[in-house]
Write a protein that binds this ligand. Structure first.
Ligand SMILES: [Zn+2]
Length: 463
């Protein structure tokens, strides 16, 4: 090696992970975004023109068509759909009432994937329990304890800025129905997995491991009422659900790009489907607004980026995650080109933190991004890469994952309920989140180096 070549190598290794020109462009795009309200405009278009978009429903199809047109109109290129096959479930009538010791209607909503009751409904005594472990403990003592009963899981969700109350509670919804079915229960009621005391139950998916029984969520006040009755003495309820699962449906992940000048991809995700009870404004219209607005700003930038920024609006996050799984499977061979992925799926709150899971040598550049996020009020730094559901299957392919942590203090008041409508969107906070995504993407797509690959021992499960 000549001395000149050696000197060049030394200089190259001493270069900052985020060169000055890359940082300057990212800062300019970040500051340009803040006064705009483009992210909220995108959410308004989706919620008002399409509305609810459950997988397999006419709204689901309309959302795909909307996304194809919208991404192209925002200046993205190579806009197309990529196919997947996903569950198709339909809600029907949903009625419940206490029939003994008094007679009062219950406000409830079926959980996604629940089977229906017999056509005439069902009538059974209620068994109160807290969560899945308490049910399992009960069944280990008396295997017939829930046979012929309506199991009522009554666990309250805690309000937390980072949403950590959700994983501590959601097990009653995800796993409660089949655990109760194993014990011979006739049906399941859960206290709604949410933080609001509005009389609005929150739906959500069930894990289908084995058999299922008709299952529904009670609003907070209705759960309180049933809890008081069940603690005082025997209670019987009547339930009628006409929901049903239809044959799987074809769906599409909708993809659009801001083309780079050389190889490599930065993936920005959100999910296109929503539950059926409302417009899906915060879940996940907000995420779509944020990433699509960020891509629009990048597409309008004066200086082309090295890498392609790819927006993926995933299908079927809510009741199957089949869009994300199909995406990871279809892109196994070229996942090496994806230098980083991030998903926005936590509503309309301001971004307060940045988390990254990088490979060896990748942390310096991630830290550089964090420095550029600080003027937006981003103060917390994590290294778990606790990314969204749809990008997490990419981790097993070695793709570094990033997360912009949003304030979720009120997210679970609205999430999955009939209250998830456009008026809940905070246009100022949404643009701050878009500015954060622009900053991340402008650096990730333009730095000379990359973030390494996530080591095998950190790849974990694919989902
Ligand atoms: Zn979501």
């Amino acid at each position: 090696m000549t001395p000149i070549a050696l000197a060049f190598l030394c200089l190259a290794s001493a270069a900052p992970a985020v060169p000055k020109d890359v940082a300057q462009q990212a800062s300019r795009l970040r500051d340009e975004a803040l006064p705009l309200r483009g992210a909220a405009d995108i959410v308004r278009s989706l919620t008002d023109e399409v509305g609810p978009r459950l997988t397999g429903s006419p709204g689901g199809l309309a959302a795909e068509e909307w996304a194809l047109k919208k991404l192209a109109a925002l200046g993205l290129t190579n806009v197309h759909g990529e196919p997947a096959i996903a569950p198709h479930w339909e809600r029907g009538r949903e009625e419940g009432e206490v029939v003994s010791p008094c007679s009062q209607r219950l406000v409830l909503t079926a959980l996604g994937g629940s089977p229906g009751t017999p056509a005439e409904g069902l009538d059974a005594p209620v068994l109160l329990t807290e969560d899945v472990p308490s049910l399992v403990a009960l069944l280990s003592k008396d295997k017939d304890a829930v046979r012929g009963k309506v199991v009522f899981f009554n666990k309250k969700m805690e309000r937390k800025r980072d949403g950590s109350g959700y994983p501590r509670t959601v097990g009653i919804r995800a796993e409660g129905p089949h655990e109760a079915a194993k014990g011979g229960a006739l049906a399941v009621l859960i206290r709604t997995v949410g933080t609001s005391q509005a009389r609005l139950p929150h739906t959500g998916g069930i894990i289908e491991a084995g058999g299922l029984v008709p299952s529904a969520a009670l609003s907070g006040p209705d759960a309180d009422f049933l809890e008081r009755l069940a603690k005082a003495g025997p209670v019987r309820v009547h339930l009628l659900l006409t929901c049903k699962t239809l044959p799987d449906a074809p769906v599409r992940n909708i993809v659009g790009e801001v083309k780079g000048t050389s190889d490599g991809i930065v993936l920005l995700g959100a999910h296109l489907d929503s539950w059926d009870l409302a417009q899906g404004a915060i879940d996940d219209g907000a995420g779509i607004g944020i990433v699509a607005e960020a891509a629009r700003l990048l597409a309008g930038g004066t200086h082309p980026l090295r890498r392609t920024v790819r927006v993926v609006l995933f299908a079927n996050e809510e009741n199957g995650v089949r869009g994300a799984r199909a995406y990871a499977e279809a892109h196994q061979a070229d996942a090496g080109r994806i230098v980083g992925a991030l998903e926005m799926d936590f509503g309309t709150g301001r971004v307060y933190g940045f988390s990254s899971l990088t490979g060896p040598g990748g942390d310096e550049a991630a830290q550089g991004i964090f420095e550029l996020l600080k003027p937006l009020g981003v103060t917390e730094r994590g290294r778990e890469g606790d990314a969204g559901t749809d990008v997490s299957p990419l981790k097993a392919l070695g793709v570094p994952l990033f997360a912009l942590l949003q304030d979720g203090t009120t997210y679970f008041d609205i999430h999955h309920s009939a209250d998830d409508t456009y008026d809940k969107i905070d246009p100022v906070a949404l643009e701050q989140a878009a500015a954060a995504v622009v900053t991340f993407a402008a650096v990730a797509a333009d730095i000379p180096g990359d973030f390494g690959r996530v080591a095998k021992d950190k790849q974990g499960s694919t989902h």
